[in-house]
Ligand binder design. Structure first.
Ligand code: ADP
Ligand code: ZN
Length: 318
């Protein structure tokens, strides 16, 4: 699917709001807006500042006010052009404006292409924590175009690779093999499609995250705690990679793959002296159940198990 086909998804729409961030707007905004408008639909652009700080209730208010000022109705729709920040914020605004209007995701980061744009999770951060306010709101379509990745900084690519390795470890030994060399060009496009397909399948099986969807937390239980303790100096992908290493000690090829991609360790990030803070943070994880947390633990590539671990025993993993 291409941007020029978006208006066809919303036959009753008279206008679209194209939400993007300042970086993506500068690099790709004009071209994408032109492509969408080539089908004859009016498209108004709303640009938010780039960066996680934009995923706020203030910007949510700003977006829905803009939709109202544009006189958008229930038949109109929102297009999110950007990474996870834009997708989460614009998706949440679409899910709440008039109790929910249509939206389309055009992910422009590797992470968003393989992960955050899929599954209908939308939301914003509040000072008390990330993603604490949000809604499930499925996009009408997700338009993946690896062409956007040509302008994406290396550090942002790494965030995506971590989630792709995670997906391969969970579900697909063949993809894991294919990713042993860092994919580029058509190999990358094929791997992105495969990851997206695998995540969509899991999410479709288990929309509200009761069982199978929890597998996607591989590397994230430790990873989230590492991000927090580092005050988000460690990027999401790097933290997930560290989390995966911690639970993958029985499967050396996973650690070897993370090495090959250049992902660091608690030691290399200067966090080896902060293990007790990491454990403390996990004890407060919102996904904790009673006195245990569920870890996803690989037994082999393609064979991962959920394991309930008492909080008092988590230290043995580090
Ligand atoms: P993520 O998708 O990793 O959650 P963000 O939405 O915060 O993250 O995007 C990460 C950064 O990459 C932001 O600064 C954003 O403006 C920038 N960005 C997004 N897509 C592109 C792109 N295709 N080319 C260059 N920079 C991009
Ligand atoms: Zn993640």
């Amino acid at each position: 699917m291409t941007p020029s086909e978006i208006s066809g998804l919303f036959p009753k729409a008279s206008k679209l709001a194209l939400v993007t961030d300042s970086n993506v707007d500068r690099l790709h905004g004009d071209r994408v807006a032109r492509e969408i408008e080539s089908s004859g639909i009016r498209t108004d652009r709303i640009v938010i500042p780039a960066g996680e700080a934009s995923k706020s209730l203030e910007n949510h208010a700003r977006l829905v006010s803009s939709f109202a000022a544009l006189e958008m109705t229930r038949s109109d729709a929102v297009v999110a052009l950007g990474g996870g920040v834009v997708g989460d914020l614009a998706g949440f605004a679409a899910s709440t404006y008039m109790r929910g209007i249509g939206f389309v995701q055009i992910p422009t980061t590797l992470l968003a292409m393989v992960d955050s744009s899929i599954g209908g999770k939308t939301g914003v951060d509040i000072p008390e924590g990330k993603n604490l306010v949000g809604a499930f709101h499925l996009p009408a379509a997700i338009i993946r175009d690896c062409g956007f990745l040509e302008t994406l900084p290396e550090k942002e690519l790494m965030n995506g690779y971590a989630e792709m390795i995670k997906t391969a470890v969970l579900f697909d030994p063949e993809l894991f093999e294919a990713m042993k060399c860092r994919p580029a060009g058509s190999t990358l496009a094929a791997a992105v499609e495969r990851c997206a397909e695998l995540k969509s399948q899991v999410v479709a099986d288990d929309f509200r995250e009761s069982g199978r969807r929890m597998l996607l937390n591989l590397g994230h239980t430790f990873g989230h705690a590492i991000e927090k303790v580092s005050e988000f100096a460690v990027p999401h992908g790097e933290a997930v990679a560290m989390g995966m290493r911690i639970v993958s000690k029985d499967v050396p090829e996973i650690g070897a793959m993370l090495d090959a991609y250049g992902f660091g360790t608690l030691e290399s990030a200067g966090l080896s002296g902060r293990k007790s803070e990491i454990l403390e943070s996990m004890a407060h994880d919102k996904k904790r159940s009673g006195d245990s947390v569920t870890l996803i633990v690989p037994r082999a590539v393609g064979d991962c198990r959920m394991m309930s671990v008492p909080i008092s025993e988590l230290g043995e993993w580090l």
